[in-house]
Design a protein around this ligand. Sequence first.
Ligand SMILES: O=C(CO)[C@@H](O)[C@H](O)CF
Length: 534
Amino acid sequence: MADESNRVFGGFDFSTQQIKFIAVNDNLQVIYEEAVRFDSDLPHYNTRGGVCIADDKITITSPAIMWVEALDLLLSRLKNSGFPFQQVVCVSGTGQQHGSVYWRQGAQQILRNLVAEKPLTEQLKDAFSVANSPVWMDSSTTRQCQELECKVGGAEKLAAITGSRAYERFTGNQIAKIYQQQPEAYNNTERISLVSSFVASLLLGDYAPIDESDGSGMNLLDIQARDWSQECLDACAPGLKAKLGSPVPSNEVIGTVSSYLSIRYGFPNDCKVVAFTGDNPASLAGLAAQKGDVIVSLGTSDTLFLWLETPKPSLEGHIFVNPVQTSDYMALLCFKNGSLTREKIRDERAGGSWEKFNEQLKSTPMGNNGQIGMYFHVMEIQPLIQGIYRFDKNGQKIDDFLDAVEVRAVLESQFMAQRVHAENLGFNIGPDTNIIATGGASSNPAILQVLADVFNAPVYIKDVANSAALGCAFRAKYGWLGTDVPYLQIVEKGSERVCVAYPTPGADDVYRVLCQCYRKLEAEVVSTYGHKQG
Ligand SMILES: O=C(CO)[C@@H](O)[C@H](O)CF
């Protein structure tokens, strides 16, 4: 039996390109990390960046069984490395938001009767009524979004109920598309999970509930009532409530690990499971965000989010139920063209080298001499547009930039878009703002310097880039202790931050003007080339 001196808390993160596991000791110090990357470790699924992009370029899915096989591989790697499963007293986890998994009729019995001698992949290969799960990068449901908004009384009404207007990646619209285009698959579906609750189901050996925070990303949850909006459910598909189960607070203990995991890997049979949640809510928890903090997660998607006490739903961005203080909220803005866009420019303009990318960045001035680019390689969320657009210092559209100019332009445009849309959503970006950076790109100081300059705010990082999995290990301890102790008091030990970039003198003058130019040019691009919404 693990006592205070050796008890371990675990956090799983099922993100777009990989799955990660972080274990911490009672002092929240990281003692283990393991990962499985879909493209390189499971190449037989032929994913790129963990996803499959259809010929229409807007239908984007991931094979559900790939996520199952990734968990098999991750746990076997932990076992082979001697991970002390027997010391784990509680786990929690997270998944990429909005993605959905469709369990076929009878799958619950398969989950409840897993045999420890076989891998999950072998036992669950026929458990899904929809083999390829729609994920957050999909933007093929514009019609379903229009139908949902129309049925509930408009975009503002939907935002007031669910915290967001209708968005293509939000799960309710994805379910509506499956119901409309694959009715037999929908009727053969016993349970619909989010990626987060899907992973929790694999650990429980039974269906796990959707938590209120990740459930806020579906256009189905009434964020004030903290329960499904029957009006929204009915607008998407019939009989949906029975397929979703009831939502639970994000810090709820939802059970203990399955006997399958105890027998096959050695987890204690009383190892608790705290509800899984979305990757961004988990990062909010992992970074122990406080008043004045704006979190910028530089991952496959770039997302900005902050802690809110009162919801202010708007037609831009999202309000989710808070994953830690469940009476509070969090505001979020998501930009699809994140790390994959930066990597594409690195490959095209810096020979695939971050070192060269950083040198080019440092060789160009703040503000790029007034030149602005926009790089929407995949359909963006706000604005809803795809394509590459470059402008000279006079705002005239041009075809190309020098390599070094393009390198700076992709970063400045991403961060100016984030600042402009954050201010539209009511984020207060001012002298008291602290930027907390996380995600893969937060390990590149040259990129963080541009972020600090554009926002005119100091940028901090934690010593662990993967705040989502870390946040889940923290949430595991919080839920295990029973949430009587204030969360921030529990995570205080694990929340050291380091300031890695201050705004360059003069940055505020440069980017206050350039952000206005960006705002104007983006509006022109949208009116000329935008994807017609509504
Ligand atoms: O769509 C998003 C948030 O709304 C993305 O940040 C996904 O959660 C990334 F997995």
